[in-house]
Design a protein around this ligand. Structure first.
Ligand code: ACO
Length: 312
């Protein structure tokens, strides 16, 4: 079986930092409530930036770090629930900005916060039919655009940002993946484009129950497919929705928290961007060592879930 290898990563984060105290000046909330319920200390909101510039910025950084020329990219996919336009796709804007060749399929994926993991499987499939060796995959969101700033139960949870990776298909590379969907528009949704105002809606406890079910499910499925044990996995990179979700999932897997990478304190929930931003931070901080086995697991609107196991 052919698995994906990560060649490089990148990220783009808006300059403006919004602390919990800043949020408490907008809605009736407190730093203490947000920290203890979610683990979030601050998030970034777009001011000068937008969905397109974030996605392009992350993609450009990943491509530059890869040392691969734009002409070698065989497919460009962007995962997002907040694209710059309903159409054309963010991936088309990335193509234009980076000068990817015209024979490159470029399209977006809407799979909620699981978008980057759906994207990994999509580009893995696309690379089997591409004459070129590399794929550019981006997860990017401008969630501040769809947040109801009068609803304290949702507006404190999210942030803006984008992450990206250049990947290639390699014979014999460790790879296991699992994706799933439980069609449901009640627990988590974003209003249709063109509906004004368009907001994100969250049944927090519904998401919580769903998340603590599917994280252990994905981890066990990836272990079963690969024949590995959790001891052999160096890192679990979870979707950054809530620290308490990860703590509960860790308990259910009989793991301590050290194996889980968390940066939700600094970014909040950036939906499809959360996994690639986390991978990029880990790579840049030297936390990811060559040869380490890594699990990425996400869950989100759809309801969708997904996991991937690979070797760094
Ligand atoms: N500040 C202060 N009080 C608040 C806030 C806030 N920001 N938000 C809600 N409250 C209040 C409510 O009004 C309610 O008050 P009441 O008891 O007087 O009615 C009380 O806090 C409890 O409200 P709940 O919604 O029951 O709060 P809960 O304990 O469930 O915590 C949370 C909410 C953190 C969202 C939790 O449900 C959760 O972690 N959910 C999972 C994560 C999630 O939903 N993330 C969103 C993205 S989904 C994704 O990424 C896939």
């Amino acid at each position: 079986m052919k698995g994906l290898k990560f060649i490089s990563t990148g990220r783009s984060i808006p300059e403006k930092v919004v602390t919990n105290d800043d949020m408490s000046r907008i809605v009736d909330t407190s730093d203490e409530w947000i920290r203890t319920r979610t683990g979030i200390h601050q998030r970034h909101f777009c001011e000068q930036e937008d969905a397109a510039s974030l996605a392009i910025g992350a993609a450009r950084q990943a491509l530059e770090r890869s040392g691969i020329s734009p002409a070698e990219i065989g497919v460009c996919v962007a995962a997002t629930v907040t694209p710059q336009h309903a159409s054309p796709a963010n991936a088309c804007l990335i193509q234009a900005a980076l000068g990817l060749e015209e024979d490159t399929p470029c399209f977006d994926i809407s799979a909620g916060c699981t978008g980057f993991l759906y994207g990994l499987e999509v580009v893995r499939g696309m690379l089997t039919i591409s004459p070129k060796r590399y794929a550019l995959l981006v997860g990017g969101e401008e969630l501040s655009r769809v947040m109801d700033m009068t609803d304290r139960s949702t507006c404190v949870l999210f942030g803006d940002g984008a992450g990206a990776a250049v990947v290639t298909l390699e014979e014999g590379a460790l790879w296991a993946a699992t994706l799933g969907t439980r069609g449901n528009a009640e627990i988590l949704s974003v209003d249709a484009v063109g509906r004004a105002p368009s907001y994100i809606h969250v049944d927090g406890q519904g998401v919580y129950r769903f998340a603590v079910e599917v994280i252990p499910h994905c981890a066990k499925e990836l272990l079963a497919q690969s024949g590995l044990t959790l001891d052999e996995v160096a890192w679990i990179v979870p979707h950054q929705a809530n620290r308490r979700i990860v703590e509960t999932a860790a308990k259910r897997l009989h793991l301590d928290m050290e194996k889980f990478f968390l940066n939700i304190d600094r970014y909040g929930n950036t939906s499809a961007a959360s996994i690639p931003i986390a991978l990029d931070e880990m790579a840049q901080q030297g936390l990811l060592q060559k040869g380490q086995k890594v699990m990425a697991i996400a869950f989100g609107a759809g309801l969708t879930w997904g996991g991937a196991l690979f070797q760094w």
